[in-house]
Design a protein around this ligand. Structure first.
Ligand code: CAA
Length: 285
């Protein structure tokens, strides 16, 4: 199936970078958000990102201009859905909101359109029924920062068709990403399960006073070759997001080990959410 027009829903950290990635790869891309302000902030951010790539000599000015010209924006979900071949939903992680979005998509998107969700905590089976076209629904999970990170998890639910998996995998490849297939829905998919295990051990080591967060991060980088230490990474992702993922995972599994770690709860309650709030495990100024 030919995918030419992509709709990305949600102009937040993930949605705006996913949309830019699509536009850079030649797709006619529409970024939709209910907030005009969020769309303006996304545009300003992406223009600055493109300008910085051009000044570093990593992107030609005409290619940057062409990508930004291919990237339209709208606050009207129904109208935006009506021309999409593929929708990538990256809205807020709330089931009721996603159900509403998928119901609107089911009503207004062309019959052939594939409806994917970037959700890391809600498997697509939760929204498939609302869309009225379960075989055309799956998770297409990008990583932060989405313009840089290569991996895209393509997660099929029990009803996802092979054609849907093939089409979403082909798009991820054209975006220059490395798609990986998750054959069965499981909380956290692959990457967040592994990241959760590493974070849990790092948090336990720090909580028990075995080592400082700086030394734990240094060990991850210099002994294991990770690009960032777990505390640096949690600060980048956002401690509220880490807390939310843990709560969502615990709600699914009932496993005590999946509950948010006390160190995370402490930080979130103090409003220390990581880079975005100016302080998390580390200060940022
Ligand atoms: N947005 C866009 N581009 C960014 C960026 C951002 N927020 N941060 C860094 N970059 C770009 C830089 O512009 C730079 O590009 P060029 O090399 O082309 O100039 C490149 O990334 C490298 O950046 P830096 O040199 O500044 O720093 P770095 O080498 O330390 O790389 C990093 C930064 C890419 C973030 C790297 O540290 C890294 O890969 N960290 C691990 C990130 C990770 O694990 N992400 C997954 C999070 S979990 C998740 O997303 C799942 C979920 O569901 C919550």
């Amino acid at each position: 199936m030919m995918i030419e027009r992509i709709l990305v829903i949600g102009a937040g950290t993930m949605g705006r970078q996913i949309a830019m990635s699509c536009a850079l790869s030649g797709y006619e891309t529409l970024l939709q958000d209910i907030s005009e302000q969020a769309l303006t902030a996304a545009r300003t951010d992406l223009e600055a990102w493109a300008a910085s790539r051009v000044s570093k000599g990593k992107l030609e000015q005409p290619d940057a201009d062409a990508a930004l010209n291919r990237l339209a924006q709208s606050t009207d979900l129904a109208a935006s859905a009506s021309t999409a071949d593929l929708v990538i939903e990256a809205a807020v992680e709330r089931l009721d909101i996603k159900e509403q979005i998928f119901a609107t998509l089911g009503e207004h998107a062309p019959a052939h359109a594939i409806l994917a969700t970037n959700s890391s905590t809600l498997p697509s089976s939760r929204v498939a029924a609302a869309s009225g076209r379960p075989p055309q629904v799956c998770n297409m999970h990008f990583f932060n920062p989405a313009l840089v990170m290569k991996c895209v998890e393509v997660v099929r639910n029990e009803q996802t068709s092979d054609e849907t998996v093939e089409a979403v995998t082909a798009v991820a490849t054209r975006l220059g990403k490395q798609p990986v297939l998750v054959n069965k829905e499981i909380p956290g998919f692959i990457a967040n399960r592994m990241m959760g295990a590493i974070n849990a051990e790092a948090l336990n080591l720090a909580h028990a006073g075995i080592a400082s967060i700086e030394d734990i991060d240094t060990t991850a980088k210099t002994a294991l070759g990770h690009p960032m230490g777990p505390f640096e990474l949690m600060d980048m992702v956002g401690l509220d997001v880490i807390d939310f993922i843990a709560q969502a995972t615990f709600a699914e599994t009932g496993n005590e080990a999946d509950k948010p770690h006390p160190l995370i709860t402490e930080k979130v309650q103090a409003g220390l959410l990581g880079r975005k709030s100016g302080e998390g495990f580390y200060p940022y100024s």
